[in-house]
Design a protein around this ligand. Structure first.
Ligand SMILES: [Zn+2]
Ligand SMILES: [Zn+2]
Length: 134
């Protein structure tokens, strides 16, 4: 069982079995919404994801119809969200506890990467999007 939570702990969740490999998104929206160089993302099928606490305290911000963020209403941490278009739950790998048994496989949107970040690993880099796969 993989578990995860927001910074304050109000929102928590659990995942049965494995998550997808992790990818890093360098798009400008992910950089703004996380305040970081990139967003560490993964997905899992909805039947293996379960909220444990705090689902009612989640807030949502819709930047565009294609880019929504969901976060804890108390501490602001990004929390998982359901992606209707793919029938997958989108995860924030940094919110997971311990070792989820997966590691980073590639970078996306390196075309809009922060100019102050140098990528020094050997993972494939995609200029733009690569659709998520569970
Ligand atoms: Zn919180
Ligand atoms: Zn992004």
């Amino acid at each position: 069982m993989i578990t995860g939570a927001c910074l304050c702990g109000d929102v928590s969740y659990e995942i049965e079995g494995k998550i997808s490999p992790i990818w890093l998104c360098h798009c400008s929206k992910c950089r703004r919404s996380t305040g970081s160089a990139f967003h560490a993302s993964a997905v899992v099928s909805p039947d293996r994801f379960r909220w444990v606490t705090g689902e009612g305290g989640i807030r949502e911000y819709e930047d565009t119809p294609r880019y929504k963020t969901r976060f804890c209403g108390r501490c602001g941490s990004p929390v998982p969200s359901y992606l209707e278009a793919f029938d997958l739950v989108f995860l924030h790998a940094g919110g997971l506890d311990g070792d989820p048994g997966r590691s980073v496989v590639h970078h996306i949107f390196v075309g809009s990467k922060a100019p102050w970040l140098e990528l020094s690993d050997t993972h494939p880099q995609y200029e733009e999007h690569k659709p998520p796969q569970a």
